[in-house]
Design a protein around this ligand. Structure first.
Ligand code: ADP
Ligand code: MG
Length: 600
């Protein structure tokens, strides 16, 4: 299996098989829904395949016995064998088909539910996880569950049936031989397992030792300057030499153990089997057993032995699946944000005017609660005003934007929109009337059209083109041979920063938000692109409340109010004219620093 996630799956932790853990993973069954009967029917076929498998040795034995009688009987058993053979073929087909059918139905439900919970999880939950962790729950964990439900559980049960049934049939075939077998095989099997475990443990020790000596090579090469400068080559050679000698000593030790293990298998296990056959042959010679029974007995022994060998791996896989199930269920049961899923309600919210206010906001990120980011921030914006936020990087500007979007909730203080606490709004209502144009616009992999439509999925062609024109984006879009259908990203055209920015603006224009957030939207552009984007932004801001986080102070001179943020506190606030006159002011200083580079 060339699965990309196979490596991840090898490292999956296992969970003990207990009533608790099984009960928990049975939750997954609720996703099967009305198809439960298929699962039970599949189980029936599974028992069928187990039973027919168990019938085989018996029937072969009968066939051989019949061979000593007459042609008629031989034919009869031949037909029976063919019948059982056919039955097993049919059973197996339906067993596999039904299990796959049920499992895929279940997984479709699990995937959809997990994903729809995943995208609605709060920012603080998502940002506290490693990037790959959540997506691997949907890929690696679910494909682990898939294999177990389609194959491992069935195989486990089938092998269990064969072991139990096989041992019973061994006794029915020949009690004497069966006792002899039980006396020989199980102790040998236990010894083999213990021996094998011991050998594996020892060889892991060798691997560790090899890794250690490789580290010496790496270290030496990385620090080769030092090694040479200090003329310490002889020292490193000695160090590596003694490490490799250790590797040899340990490896030879393991070699001895393996040799002993192989001899043990040959002598013990094969010897045991030979002894068993010898005893069987003796019974036959004494007329206590038929030839057919002997063969039958040996076949059962092989079946039971094979199943005992195989069931351990199935058990192992099932344990891993319990772990995977745990993680998927955790994601499924994690409380998500209350996002409206229904397009009609989404569009039926009354429009807000767009005034907002921060009242004494204290905030620290949930992952770093001990580091306060905002320390009592208060400011307000009337509907239609343009509020600018300036300050050094790390002072908390983006954090203020995130709080306004309710990505996080502050620990203290209130955020008001239209005079009402944001907690009193539906999350979707709030966010549907805000738009953000960030510094680094990441577009989705589809066409330009799809990317613009993201602001308003039901917009018409004319609206899309109109928005693109207003965003100063139409000019470059219409130059692509495919126009709006040009594919963005890896497989399509590569857009410059300024072009991506203008697509994001077109998206925001379509969305027609009451509150607009620009987070350093032009700071990564060259001055020509900046002029185009700036012009588009000015059009976008008209008639809306906007929060403009600016890196270049020249772009916010006309703001109704400029807030200067430092270390999570607002230190100054006022218009450009007011702030620039303050001789000792922070804003004036920032301005002086920049005007060296960008002439006013
Ligand atoms: P600005 O936008 O003004 O450059 P930010 O608001 O992005 O600053 O960051 C303010 C502070 O919060 C910084 O010290 C930053 O390290 C920290 N910070 C930002 N995002 C997170 C996050 N997701 N988790 C923890 N700390 C964060
Ligand atoms: Mg920022």
């Amino acid at each position: 299996m060339a699965r990309t996630d196979s490596k991840e799956r090898m490292d999956m932790p296992r969970v003990k098989l207990s009533r608790e853990s099984i009960k928990k993973s049975l939750q997954l069954f609720s996703f099967i829904g009305p198809n439960k009967w298929k699962f039970y029917l599949g189980m029936l076929f599974l028992v069928g395949t187990g039973a027919t498998a168990l019938a085989f040795p018996r029937l072969i034995g009968e066939l051989l016995k019949a061979a000593e009688a007459d042609w008629e009987q031989l034919m009869q058993w031949g037909w029976v064998l063919l019948g059982v053979f056919t039955a097993q073929t049919v059973f197996s087909y339906f067993r596999i088909y039904l299990f796959v059918d049920v499992t895929e139905c279940m997984l479709e439900g699990v995937r959809k539910a997990t994903y729809s919970n995943l995208v609605r999880l709060s920012m603080s939950y998502i940002t506290q996880r490693r990037a790959g962790e959540l997506s691997s729950r949907i890929s690696a964990d679910i494909s682990q569950i898939q294999d177990t439900f389609t194959t491992n559980i069935a195989e486990f049960l089938r092998q269990f049936i064969i072991i139990v049934g096989g041992i019973v049939l061994l006794f029915l075939t020949s009690i004497k031989l069966a006792f002899a077998m039980l006396l020989i095989i199980p102790p040998l099997a236990v010894l083999t397992v213990i021996f094998g475990y011991f050998v594996r443990k020892k060889s892991r020790g060798v691997q560790d030792q090899v890794a250690e000596s490789n580290t010496i090579v790496d270290e030496t090469l990385q620090g080769i300057h030092n090694v040479k400068a200090f003329a310490n080559e002889y020292f490193e050679i000695f160090r590596y030499g003694s490490s490799t000698a250790k590797v040899r000593r340990q490896a030879v030790q393991v070699g001895r153990l393996r040799a002993a293990f192989a001899s043990f298998i040959i002598f013990g296990l094969f010897g045991g089997i030979v002894g068993l056959i010898f005893y069987g042959a003796y019974l036959k010679q004494q007329g206590l057993m038929e030839y057919g029974d002997l063969v039958q007995f040996m076949l059962y022994t092989v079946f039971v032995g094979g199943s005992i060998g195989g069931i351990a791996e199935q058990y192992n896989q099932i344990q891993k699946t319990l772990g995977a199930t745990d993680r998927v269920l955790e994601l499924l049961n994690e409380p998500a944000e209350a996002v409206d899923m229904d397009a009609d309600t989404r569009n039926s919210y009354p429009r807000i005017n767009g005034s907002f206010a921060f009242e004494n906001i204290h905030f620290a990120y949930p992952s770093r609660l001990e580091t306060p980011v905002l320390k009592g921030v208060s400011f307000s914006a009337n509907a239609g005003e343009k509020i600018a936020l300036v300050g050094q990087s790390g002072s908390g500007k983006t954090t203020i934007a995130s709080l306004l979007l309710r990505f996080y909730d502050p620990q203290e203080g209130r955020i008001l929109v239209d005079g009402k606490s944001v907690n009193e709004y539906q999350l979707t209502q709030l966010r549907s009337q805000m738009a953000i144009v960030p510094q680094d616009v990441v577009l989705f992999g589809g066409s330009i059209r799809e990317n613009i439509l993201y602001g308003k999925p039901e917009a018409t062609e004319e609206e899309v083109i109109e928005a693109a024109k207003m965003a100063n984006a139409w000019e470059f879009i219409s130059q692509f041979p495919e126009g709006l259908n040009a594919i963005v990203g890896d497989r399509g055209i590569k857009l410059s920063g300024g072009q991506r920015q203008r697509i994001a603006i077109a998206r925001a224009i379509l969305k027609n938000p009451a509150i607009l957030i620009l987070d350093e939207a032009t700071s990564s552009l060259d001055s020509q692109a900046e002029a185009l984007v700036q012009e588009a932004l000015e059009k976008l801001m008209r008639g809306r409340t906007s929060l403009v986080i600016a890196h270049r102070l020249s772009t916010i001179r006309n703001a109704d109010r400029i807030l200067v943020l430092q270390e999570g506190e607002i230190r100054e606030s006022g218009t450009h004219e007011e702030l620039i006159t303050n001789e000792k002011g922070l804003y004036r200083r920032l301005n002086m620093m920049q005007s060296d580079i960008i002439p006013a």
